[in-house]
Design a protein around this ligand. Structure first.
Ligand code: BGC
Length: 359
């Protein structure tokens, strides 16, 4: 909401004119009504009025929109950084938007708004097949190319998917987990959302591996809504309800830090093995502190950068592969203390050997 208010005051102070101070508000109200924005209670737009431009304006820069799952999420800020870097280099006007809190309805609304604004290209996740495939196809039918990043809507008419092979990343986490625990663990899962395809695939991949080890028991699964505070609560519930818990598998960027915080709060440091996702700053801190033992590092900056590049390639008629697996690496505390270690070190070619096992 704050973004909307700031947007309103900027418009009022700018083009409004001293004689008719109500004019920008009336115009905004009309635009809101036209786009059905009253239904969206918490979205954060970019730094510009929406839409930036219309398709009827010749000679303008291409206008792409990157829709994130959660506006201020540090993982999505990494995606944004890559996209903005490519946009600046390639002369594209990029708008970054996203719900303030992860919210499928608001996310879909933003996608619909981008279509209504007739932007020149959209970068989005395909979070669920049922809800995102029709919307992505609607954009494509209206001549707006869509590239999915981070999570694919495989059955949609998107131009390309750029991101992690999420199932495979879960498999890799599972193998690391088995080696680190020696095949003996009571594990709880903290997952971002139950609906998102990428979260489902990570869990499925992980379970496909640990299912082969009778000494590993899955005690339960809790949801964080990709929110740190809710991730702490989710992990705390697992720890409370399963006093024999020895490990947590945390499947989205803030779930690892949430789990680590919950373990710390309960004075269980050193007694619960945590495997998370991504290398947001808090995760790196918890890795250094020995509370997170491994994290599956994706390449969000590359996803953003490559997504913009592909939309530009499409405009120029250049061919590119429909699926680009950006890959993951597994980062452990040992990698951080190695020469050249630290955030970004996981971009190296070799997957590190497991370390930090608690059992
Ligand atoms: C996922 C994103 C998600 C983010 C949330 C990442 O691991 O790939 O889909 O939005 O975590 O924190």
């Amino acid at each position: 909401m704050a973004e909307w208010l700031r947007l309103g005051s900027r418009q009022a102070g700018g083009r409004g004119g001293a004689g008719r101070p109500w004019l920008p508000w009336a115009a905004a109200a009309l635009l809101f009504a036209a786009l059905g924005l009253w239904a969206v209670d918490a979205i954060a737009l970019g730094d510009h009025p929406w839409p930036l431009t219309s398709a009827a304006d010749p000679g303008r820069q291409p206008h792409f929109v990157l829709i994130s799952q959660q506006h201020d999420n540090p993982y999505w800020q990494q995606v944004r950084r890559g996209a903005e870097e490519a946009a600046a280099r390639l002369g594209v006007r990029l708008e970054y938007v996203g719900p303030v809190r992860a919210d499928l309805k608001a996310h879909r609304k933003l996608l619909d708004m981008a279509i209504a604004a007739r932007v020149d290209g959209i970068l989005t996740q395909g979070l669920t097949e049922a809800e995102f495939v029709p919307l992505i196809d609607k954009a494509v039918e209206r001549g707006i190319p869509v590239v999915t990043i981070d999570t694919d809507a495989l059955r949609s008419r998107r131009l390309a998917y750029i991101g992690t092979d999420n199932y495979d990343s879960g498999v890799r986490a599972g193998h690391w987990f088995v080696r680190a625990t020696g095949g003996q663990a009571v594990v709880g899962i903290v997952t971002g959302t139950l609906e998102a395809i990428n979260q489902q695939q990570r869990v499925e991949g992980f379970l496909s591996v640990v299912a082969g080890f009778p000494g590993i028991r899955v005690a339960g699964k809790e949801v964080s809504n990709i929110d740190k505070v809710q991730a702490v609560a989710a992990a705390d519930k697992l720890l409370r309800e399963h006093p024999d818990l020895t490990a947590i598998f945390a499947t989205s960027a803030l779930d690892g830090p949430g789990a680590a915080q919950a373990v710390k709060n309960r004075g269980l440091t050193g007694r619960v093995l945590i495997v998370g996702y991504d290398d947001v700053p808090e995760t790196i801190e918890f890795l250094r502190a020995g509370l997170i033992h491994a994290t599956v590092v994706q390449k969000p900056v590359l996803m953003g950068r490559r997504g913009v590049e592909r939309l530009v390639d499409h405009r120029a008629g250049r061919a590119f592969p429909p699926v680009e697996d950006t890959g993951v690496t597994i980062l452990t505390p040992a990698d951080l203390s190695a020469p050249g270690g630290g955030p970004g070190a996981a971009a190296g070619p070799a997957a590190p050997e497991p370390g930090g096992a608690r059992r």
